[in-house]
Write a protein that binds this ligand. Structure first.
Ligand SMILES: [Fe+2]
Length: 463
């Protein structure tokens, strides 16, 4: 006999059990983040970060699920002997970093039912962010309000950016900013995690970035905040594209000459264009002496980059520190050059005038917390600065750059656009008269397009 009340009770019990089971499963899996990283030679690596000691399985298309490998096990890394922060503490990584290489031909992947962002066949839209973390730095008395979504807007940026459905996300460095504890009595950052361990990485990046990590594969470019004596340990555990090794994990300062200088690599964008990814994390703001070991390292890497640049008609050079840029200042009517004197001293050895190898048409950077698009009358690549995606604003970009203002030697600016508020950018590949060109768009944190630039043959024109 049908008994509606008993039946309803049974349905409720079954639902509660199913919910409890799925909750248990999620807790048992312990997976915090799943994402895809662009690696050299057109390779892709899937990463899963999990609170369990073992790695989950990954299923390629409809094949039998395979075990992911441990990239970096959980552990506690003592404070490095060269620690610069007065509040240094051991870095606790109570998270296992797992990985699997994307097999040729595989179209999709799942990790415990969770879809993994798949590399697309062609790239149409590239999303660009940089300098995203919440600044907590006692030595500079700089404390951003990490608890206020308007004052630290990275989560908003990630949400708005994900809606634009990019094919690739590029982070041009300075991911981690939480280096000191929030001072007592400051509500804006009260309770904020800090230090170089997982909890600060989680809150500064992996939590707010979730919608964008799920939207597309990522290309990570290293900033000075990810150099070995800062958050380099997390850089190598989580987002660096190459294998995690003792020489390249930043745990021991004795290995820094390897850990701080990754070789440049190319990433194909189309038949005609490529990115050249360059690690400038350790570079100095001052010109190098030619006998400085860092100078010699960078010089060899610039030569490698020049070789890579010969492989495609057009190269977009990406590194964190700008070489051709205007500095930010408290007064928007003032112009001051803002390029890295350290990198200029190295790059000018092979290219004294234009600094970049001949086929480099665009240089893309972060580091300065604003947006600049600079095009030159002279033979210099377009220089883009896009460091405004969340970390504390440090002043204004100059309103204008006059033809007499020089960002570097005789580089004459003929088109300039800037924005000093938070935001992010896209690069869209378009064809014009059968020729590949790129549209650069700068957005507010809410995703409203505010600046449009056309990039063509090493020049940009912004509205
Ligand atoms: Fe930086």
């Amino acid at each position: 006999m049908f008994e509606p009340v008993r039946m309803l009770g049974l349905i409720r019990t079954v639902s509660v059990c199913l919910l409890a089971l799925s909750g248990l499963q999620a807790a048992a899996s312990g997976i915090h983040s799943v994402f895809t990283v662009q690696a050299p030679e057109g390779q892709w690596v899937v990463r899963a970060l999990t609170t369990t000691a073992h790695c989950p399985k990954i299923q390629w298309d409809r094949k039998k699920a395979e075990q992911m490998k441990v990239r970096a096990p959980q552990g506690e890394v003592p404070v490095r002997s060269d620690a610069v922060q007065s509040d240094s503490k051991p870095a606790v990584f109570d998270i296992t970093s797992c990985e699997a290489h994307w097999p040729k031909g595989a179209k999709s992947a799942k990790i415990e039912g969770r879809a993994v962002p798949a590399p697309g066949k062609t790239l149409q839209r590239i999303l660009i962010i940089a300098d995203t973390g919440c600044r907590l730095k006692a030595s500079e008395n700089a404390f951003q309000d990490c608890n206020d979504a308007d004052k630290w807007p990275f989560q908003k940026v990630a949400q708005s950016a994900a809606k634009l459905k990019p094919d690739l996300v590029v982070h041009i460095g300075d991911i981690h900013y939480r280096e000191s504890p929030c001072p007592e009595g400051r509500a804006g950052c009260a309770g904020a995690t800090w230090g170089y361990g997982w909890d600060a990485w989680r809150d500064d990046f992996f939590k707010p970035a979730q919608p964008l990590l799920a939207a597309a594969p990522w290309l990570f470019v290293r900033g000075n905040h990810e150099s070995c004596f800062r958050a380099g340990q997390g850089w190598f555990r989580f987002v660096d594209a190459l294998p995690w090794t003792q020489a390249r994990n930043c745990n021991d300062p004795a290995n820094d000459m390897q850990g701080d200088f990754s070789e440049p690599y190319a990433v194909s964008l189309s038949k005609f264009a490529q990115f050249i990814v360059f690690d400038s994390s350790k570079s100095s703001g001052k010109a190098y002496q030619p006998e400085d070991p860092a100078f010699l390292k960078y010089q060899a890497q610039v030569q490698l980059a020049a070789q890579l640049a010969t492989k495609k008609a057009e190269s977009f050079f990406i590194n964190h520190h700008p070489l051709l840029a205007a500095a930010s200042s408290p007064d928007a009517s003032k112009f001051r050059p803002g390029g890295s004197a350290g990198l200029q001293s190295v790059f000018s050895m092979s290219e004294p005038q234009r600094l970049f190898p001949a086929n480099v048409s665009v240089a893309m950077h972060g580091h300065v917390h604003l947006f600049e698009a600079i095009s030159f009358q002279t033979d210099h690549p377009v220089s883009l600065v896009m460091g405004n995606s969340g970390s504390m604003n440090e002043g204004f970009a100059p309103k204008d750059i006059k033809p007499t203002d020089r960002v570097y030697k005789d580089a004459v600016v003929d088109n300039y656009a800037s924005r000093s508020d938070y935001g992010f950018a896209t690069l869209d590949r378009v064809f014009e008269g059968g020729q590949e060109t790129w549209l650069l768009t700068e957005y507010t944190t809410e995703g409203q397009a505010v600046i449009h630039c056309k990039l063509k043959q090493g020049k940009s024109r912004c509205d």
